[in-house]
Design a protein around this ligand. Structure first.
Ligand SMILES: [Zn+2]
Length: 568
């Protein structure tokens, strides 16, 4: 990594230089940092520069971010101003001391209010994150926020940014459980930010002829693999996708795919039939006809690419890339490994990069789909809230009583609610919708569901396919997330999100398809009021239709005191 004198070179200009000549996407343009407890030791209501003590390793960590071309902003609640415990001049003196010790920041965003003021900038509200992104010339989804309490994480996710929680002794255990990304200290958080940023950029970029890409399993799995497939497609003459029957409808929506082969893989499918030699022969013959020059096999962390790699070897595919912790012997040419906790779409992008392929600079790292058809006419004009109560895995679906309560509470508050569900969920959605909501259950295929989601102001859903459809259209998500799998891997990616539910429930990390705990406590204790409040945090109010999902809807720019650092 190039050494830069940070005091002579604002990190924004370093960014312009460091960015030259690199191929590949940037996950992050900026890192937003909480002040007290994250950058400096927390001295309550500190107005005294002499009391500023940086956390261990902060200066070197921040310089590493600057050298990598990332812009830096501080986002901090300072209710001591509202309480009159210090004045703005004292705060400026404290910030000047912080910059003296830690180097310059590109922006300082301060909320001067107290909880009772009900402002849009005091974390957990998202206003400071939106303002920081704007100040730094980027958007929240290209920002990652580092903070020490749940308010920091909530604010970041509600804006569509990612968040790293660095706990201190004051961090509550439930805040740690709920965070999707936790690091032991600031230097470790920075190391992981830089590792993730680098992991989606190939060391040796390639061009390819025909590439077979593979993602078996369900619709949601196929959707989150989309960015990885687009990265391959950007540098290949032809991309053929092998998927399973449960993912086929999602595969049809992915840009970059030239042809699709649908086949159930007995080592991936959750309800496999016994292995049938004739079936394997059919698969082998079909794949041989593709005449692929190479294959990139995408899997989830509990699936193995090796049976398919062996089969592809037997038909002469001479370059095969996959993620495998198991020893692959002669089966893989590019054996990639990914630590746990990385979001599934980033995991797929990192495999594509290991194979030699990156998203082009003009293709945003985000879920993206082919244009949706028109939504069914009964949903009415855009701006409704979609509630999707079901899931193929019962453990990840909403308790029906809760879903019905959400319909009553949201409609009473003035929201228009559309209830969606799969072909076998018509009875559930009819009961949940009652007389208050539009019931689309059983009546829509995935493409119509996608179109319905695309017109929504927000989607209320468990950890299932429509959460990823929402992410693909930039539609904010209230995620009622059963912790059977890690939120950091499977939460909605790079879209404004509010997470609800008990992240420490006993089903945590069990991967159970049926809830193993009586009463489904991870989700059944959520109240409809929390969902209504979550929508408000996302800027989705019933009074009007937000014009753009990624701007803080309707409000004037939040009143944020922007206090310049040195040189401003
Ligand atoms: Zn405020």
């Amino acid at each position: 990594m190039r050494q830069v004198e940070p005091d002579q070179c604002r990190s924004a200009r370093v960014g312009a230089r460091a960015g030259r000549g690199r191929s590949g996407p940037r996950l992050f343009d900026a890192v937003l940092l909480d002040r007290d407890g994250t950058l400096v030791e927390d001295v309550p209501y500190n107005g005294d520069p002499e009391k500023v003590r940086p956390v261990s390793g902060a200066r070197a960590a921040l310089d590493a971010l600057r050298a990598a071309g990332l812009r830096l902003a501080v986002v901090t609640n300072q209710s001591g101003l509202a309480k009159g415990l210090f004045d703005e001049a004292q705060m400026r003196a404290v910030h000047a001391r912080v910059e003296e010790l830690l180097g310059p920041f590109d922006a300082w965003l301060v909320c001067p209010h107290d909880d009772a003021d009900g402002c849009g900038c005091r974390k957990p509200a998202a206003g400071l994150v939106h303002a920081a992104a704007r100040e730094l010339g980027t958007v929240p989804r290209r920002c990652v926020l580092v903070g020490d309490i749940g308010r920091d994480v909530t604010a970041a996710l509600a804006a569509g940014a990612q968040a790293v929680l660095v706990p201190t002794p004051v961090t509550r255990p439930e805040e740690i459980d709920a965070a999707g990304w936790v690091a032991p200290d600031l230097p470790a958080a920075v190391t992981e930010i830089l590792r993730r940023q680098a992991a989606v950029v190939p060391r040796e970029p390639r061009r390819a002829g025909t590439v077979l890409v593979v993602r078996s399993d369900s619709a949601g799995d196929v959707l989150v693999t989309g960015p990885g497939i687009r990265a391959v497609a950007a540098h290949a003459d032809r991309v053929v996708l092998l998927c399973g029957p449960r993912g086929r409808a999602a595969a049809d929506l992915l840009p970059g795919v030239d042809a699709i082969i649908e086949h159930r893989l007995p080592w991936i499918d959750p309800h496999p039939d016994p292995v049938d030699p004739d079936d394997i022969t059919t698969l082998t013959t079909t794949l041989a006809a593709v005449a692929a020059d190479e294959a990139v096999i995408f899997t989830s962390y509990h699936q193995s690419p090796l049976p398919l790699a062996l089969l592809l070897r037997t038909i002469g595919v001479h370059r095969i890339s996959a993620i495998s912790d198991d020893y692959p012997g002669a089966l893989l040419d590019v054996r990639h490994r990914v630590p746990t906790g990385v979001p599934e779409p980033e995991r797929a992008l990192s495999l594509a990069a290991a194979a030699g392929y990156a998203l082009p600079a003009d293709d945003e790292p985000a879920l993206r789909l082919r244009p949706a058809p028109a939504a069914p006419s009964q949903v009415g004009p855009p701006g409704y809230v979609v509630l999707h109560p079901g899931s193929a895995a019962q453990s990840r679906g909403l308790p029906p009583e809760l879903a019905a309560g959400i319909v009553r509470t949201l409609t009473a508050a003035g929201h228009r609610v559309v209830v969606t569900g799969g072909a076998d969920e018509a009875e559930l959605t009819a009961w949940v919708a009652g007389d208050d909501a539009v019931d689309l259950g059983g009546g829509t295929g995935l493409a119509e569901l996608a179109a319905t989601v695309a017109g929504a102001a927000a989607v209320v859903v468990g950890n299932t396919g429509p959460a990823h459809l929402a992410a693909a259209y930039g539609v904010p998500v209230v995620s009622l997330f059963a912790p059977t799998v890690p939120f950091g891997q499977w939460g909605p990616w790079r879209v404004p999100t509010v997470r609800l539910g008990d992240a420490a429930a006993p089903c945590r990390d069990t991967r159970a398809a049926r809830c193993p705990v009586p009463g489904h406590p991870c989700l059944s204790r959520i109240t409809p009021r929390e969902v209504l409040d979550g929508l408000a945090l996302l800027g989705v109010s019933p009074a009007r239709t937000p014009t753009a999902a990624l701007t803080p809807a309707g409000e004037a720019a939040p009143e944020v005191a922007t206090v310049g650092g040195s040189g401003r």
